[in-house]
Write a protein that binds this ligand. Structure first.
Ligand code: HEC
Length: 298
């Protein structure tokens, strides 16, 4: 009977909105130690990806099961318990604890935060039709977010740094500077998140020309930094058709005028850096003619 009442009131009250109700609690009481600045316990709570990635002891949110979700139950311990969270500062009020509990009980849905370009339409549909008249179940999106988390994890294991841009978990920036394994450079490893990659940072990395084959398939990619790498004109040929590109840094590479020719059709390109390359004044002038608004730093 109680359970039935619970479901009825849940529907009457609507569902907890992560972005508006849960996120501000984390922001207020947890970010100090669990965000981009600090990651105590290897845990970040500042975006869905990080939340679902968990901490050093594994998952912190089990959709549908608040009593098994550390992110909730650790806030309900007595304040003098060594595991009580937040470990310093004001604790959660009972109302905040209840919101967090309900959010998890309802399936730990991230709503629109997880939507947009990161999901294909089938997944987006299953998310929007998630709440049926049945008891709330872990949403289909959970599996999807876990698979993205898995990809992020495996990229990090290869030595890549994966950041979200603007905290919105839909846009990724990848940094290869510390990637040692050749394997790390295979672009196909990014396939599952390809449409969400906006920045590729190869500065001072071991990237080679052939690693960039297929880079023109990243349709949201606007920023590529290749400074101080071994890449040559051949690398630039692989960029053909990448119309989203706005920023390209080629400082101290082996690129020459021939490479710049491949860039002539890049009408959206805004900034290009060619200092320390074999590019000549004539090469710069001819590219400038093709893209008048382009700022070329040499
Ligand atoms: C003043 C710093 C601080 C604040 C604020 C804080 N935490 Fe923590 N948190 C820690 C530390 C330190 C650890 C690691 C504890 C350990 O390793 O024994 C931790 C660990 C955790 C873990 C376990 C992660 C794992 O996998 O081991 C969870 C869950 C957690 N915190 C949730 C929260 C929540 C939710 C909030 C906000 C309500 C919060 N914390 C606020 C310092 C903080």
């Amino acid at each position: 009977m109680l359970a039935v009442l619970g479901v009825a009131s849940l529907h009457a009250n609507g569902t907890v909105n992560f972005h508006e109700e849960v996120f501000p609690i984390f922001e207020d009481k947890c970010f100090r130690c669990h965000s981009s600045q600090k990651q105590k316990g290897d845990l970040r709570l500042d975006s869905p990806i990080w939340i679902m990635q968990g901490g050093e002891n594994g998952d912190v949110v089990i959709p549908g099961d608040p009593d098994e979700s550390p992110v909730y139950y650790m806030t309900t311990y007595p304040e003098d318990d060594p595991d009580y969270m937040p470990s310093k500062g004001d604790g959660l009020t009972e109302a905040e604890q209840e919101l967090l509990r309900r959010w998890i009980a309802e399936g730990a849905n991230f709503g629109d935060v997880m939507g947009g370009s990161m999901m294909d339409s089938a997944v987006a549909e299953s998310v929007s039709s998630k709440y049926t008249d049945e008891l709330p179940l872990p949403p289909a999106s959970y599996e999807y977010s876990v698979s993205v988390v898995g990809i992020v994890h495996s990229l990090e294991e290869l030595g890549l740094r994966v950041d979200t841009v603007n905290h919105d978990a839909e846009l990724f920036e990848l940094t290869y500077t510390y990637a040692d394994e050749r394997e790390a450079y295979a672009l196909r490893k990014l396939d599952p998140i390809a449409s969400s990659v906006v920045k590729l940072n190869y500065g001072r990395s071991k990237v080679r020309d052939q690693d960039l084959i297929g880079i023109n398939g990243f349709e949201a990619l606007s920023y590529v930094d290749l400074r101080r790498t071994r890449i040559t004109d051949e690398a630039l040929a692989h960029f053909e058709g990448l119309e989203s590109l706005e920023y390209l840094n080629l400082f101290e590479t082996d690129v020459s005028d021939a490479g710049l020719k491949s860039l002539r059709s890049f009408a959206g390109l805004k900034q290009l850096y060619v200092r320390g390359t074999q590019v000549t004044t004539a090469g710069i002038r001819s590219l400038q003619k093709a893209i008048p608004d382009l700022k070329i730093v040499h």
